[in-house]
Design a protein around this ligand. Structure first.
Ligand code: NAD
Length: 305
């Protein structure tokens, strides 16, 4: 009788591990998955939603193993109430997400997607009108310096000798000792200084709209905003207004408030200096294989007690 249900598409390494351990499981897409509430003891998920009702119905459930970091798709208090352990795979995808933050910043700074679209559409390109921004020696502000923020800071510092400003009131002192940086205690100090602002915090009540209209208004018009974390961290209407008024150089967004990818009618997509990706931060072949395996291993580890 199957005890583990895989509710999202996973890279095969995790499922192969379950098979190697002679573990009975129902893979993603199998019609039996519809009835997972009846006998699931363990669940592997990525982005699927697990509601309070799911936890109330799944009487045998002991563990939810989530691939990735963010657990905002899971009703955690209901899981606690029903004694279900929720685990994730922090750190495994950090390098890949940090690489995307760096890539988006560079691509926006050098107008890569803008030029690509112009070339494909046969537009006449008057290059002096489309100058990019250099990155060397620039000031990069990080909100959130956990696993991903730290790795992204290392990339910018190593590649371009950037000045790193770090805002993370919860991180222990000395946590990023190997990265020369200035620790910022008050966000009001951060906004006017940054050439690139990179967000690496979870979405919580305190971080929702952490980049609000007032913050954007205090930033340099040459600044670039990068969000590879969660939609909801930026006031998107304020961002669109600033881009329309030429108050920012551009933005690189892997996360959107309304969904990933966002619908084509999202006003941000009308700006050529917005580079959008579909929550693809962890989307490397290497990372998917590693984290699929870790999700399966972790699940069996918890079930083994
Ligand atoms: P992490 O837990 O290692 O780091 C988060 C940091 O944010 C911590 O150091 C914490 O102290 C800090 N923080 C929390 N609240 C804060 C606040 N109000 N102000 C400033 N700092 C605050 O997490 P991580 O692995 O670095 O992930 C960061 C974000 O990236 C999460 O939102 C996660 O969901 C997202 N993420 C996105 C992708 C993607 O594909 N785009 C993949 C993985 C993770």
């Amino acid at each position: 009788m199957p005890v583990i249900y895989v509710l999202d598409a996973f890279e095969p390494s995790g499922l192969q591990y379950l098979a190697d351990q002679n573990q009975s499981f129902v893979p993603f897409g199998d019609p039996r998955g519809i009835n997972w509430h009846q006998d699931a003891v363990g669940i592997m998920i990525r982005g699927s939603q697990l509601s309070a009702d799911d936890f109330a119905r799944a009487r045998k459930l002991k563990v939810v193993s989530k691939q990735g970091v963010g657990v905002d798709n899971i009703a955690l208090s209901a899981a606690r109430e029903h004694g279900v352990i929720v685990c994730n795979t922090p750190g495994i995808n950090s390098a890949a997400v940090a690489e995307l933050a760096f890539t988006l910043a560079m691509a926006v700074a050098r107008r890569v997607s803008e030029f690509d679209r112009m070339i494909r559409s046969g537009s006449k390109i008057v290059r002096p009108r489309y100058l990019g921004r250099a990155m060397h020696g620039k000031t990069i502000g990080f909100i959130g310096m956990g696993n991903i923020g730290t790795q992204a800071a290392r990339l910018f510092r190593g590649a371009f000798d950037c000045r790193i400003l770090a805002y993370d009131p919860y991180a222990p002192m000395g946590h990023w000792g190997d990265i020369p940086h200035v620790r910022i205690a008050d966000l009001e100090e951060l906004w006017p200084q940054v050439d690139v602002l990179s967000l690496h915090v979870p979405l919580t009540d305190t971080t929702r709209n952490i980049v609000d209209r007032a913050a954007i208004a205090r930033m340099k018009p040459s600044a670039i905003i990068i969000n590879v974390s969660r939609g909801g961290l930026i006031d998107e209407l304020a961002l669109a207004d600033a881009l329309r008024d030429g108050k920012l150089f551009g933005a690189g967004l892997d996360a959107f408030e309304e969904g990933e990818p966002p619908s084509r009618s999202n006003p941000l997509l009308a700006f050529p200096n917005v580079l959008a990706t579909p929550h693809a931060g962890a989307g490397t072949i290497e990372t998917q294989a590693d984290s699929s395996l870790a999700t399966a291993r972790q699940l069996l580890h918890v079930l083994a007690g």
